[in-house]
Design a protein around this ligand. Structure first.
Ligand SMILES: [Zn+2]
Ligand SMILES: [Zn+2]
Length: 232
């Protein structure tokens, strides 16, 4: 979540994210949810969020805007059709669903979001959030990619995935990065700080930090549940 104090924007909502998120912002205060790609570990908690918005004690005056990648609407509706006995309203009763056009900027209140294709197994989009001269770029899932580097150019904070363990080689077509890859992209993009995320239990914060620093001389941070970072 990127929170400017007025319009908290949630970038992806994977497994367990809703429960964690509620410690920082409750579901009635979220300004929008933006989904990078339709892998379950990036969007599945839209389902419990729908139940919270429908039946929870906190009510919103307006539906919650949810911005999905192209094709995401059909996939989400197909998924929930298995248990959405309430019919077609199951999502639309609480969400204002959109598919974003990744070639255009998306304005959400005072913030501007831009997208770039990533190198992944399905269509996936990195997201750059900007407001009042501050910027955060989130890599989504990606192998090292020039388009992500271009999107992240001189961003304040580059939130980059670090799925691959030290020395791990992906078989076949690549779709993920290591912390060392993330460090290289951070260096090439000239970012202020690198925040590593989307890593497995086997990777320790120290390993991730060390691997990223082999390529990047700036600040390296390792994300974890409930860690927050001040953009100021
Ligand atoms: Zn993915
Ligand atoms: Zn993922």
């Amino acid at each position: 979540m990127v929170d400017d104090g007025e319009t908290p924007i949630v970038l992806d909502l994977g497994t367990g994210a809703l429960a964690n998120l509620r410690r920082h912002v409750d579901y009635d205060r979220i300004a929008a949810v933006v989904i990078s790609h339709m892998h379950a570990d990036h969007f599945i908690d839209l389902v419990p969020l729908r139940y919270a918005l429908r039946y929870g004690p906190r009510r919103r005056k307006q539906k919650l805007p949810v911005h999905l990648p192209p094709g995401g609407l059909t996939m989400l509706r197909t998924l929930v059709s298995a248990f959405a006995h309430e019919g077609g309203e199951f999502l639309d009763d609480v969400f204002d669903l959109h598919e974003y056009d990744p070639s255009r900027a998306l304005a959400i209140d005072g913030a501007t979001l831009r997208f770039a294709h990533t190198a992944h197994y399905i269509p996936a989009f990195a997201v750059r959030w900007e407001r009042h001269g501050a910027s955060v770029t989130y890599s989504a899932d990606t192998a090292p990619d020039e388009r992500v580097v271009a999107l992240a150019r001189e961003t304040d904070v580059f939130v980059c995935e670090a799925t691959l363990r030290h020395g791990e080689v992906e078989p076949g077509i690549r779709g993920h990065s290591s912390a060392a890859d993330a460090g290289r992209m951070a260096r090439d993009a000239g970012v202020g700080r690198l925040l590593l995320t989307h890593y497995g239990e086997e990777s320790t914060a120290r390993d991730l930090d060390e691997d990223a620093r082999t390529n990047f001389a700036g600040d390296v941070l390792v994300a974890d549940d409930h860690r927050t970072f001040d953009l100021g």
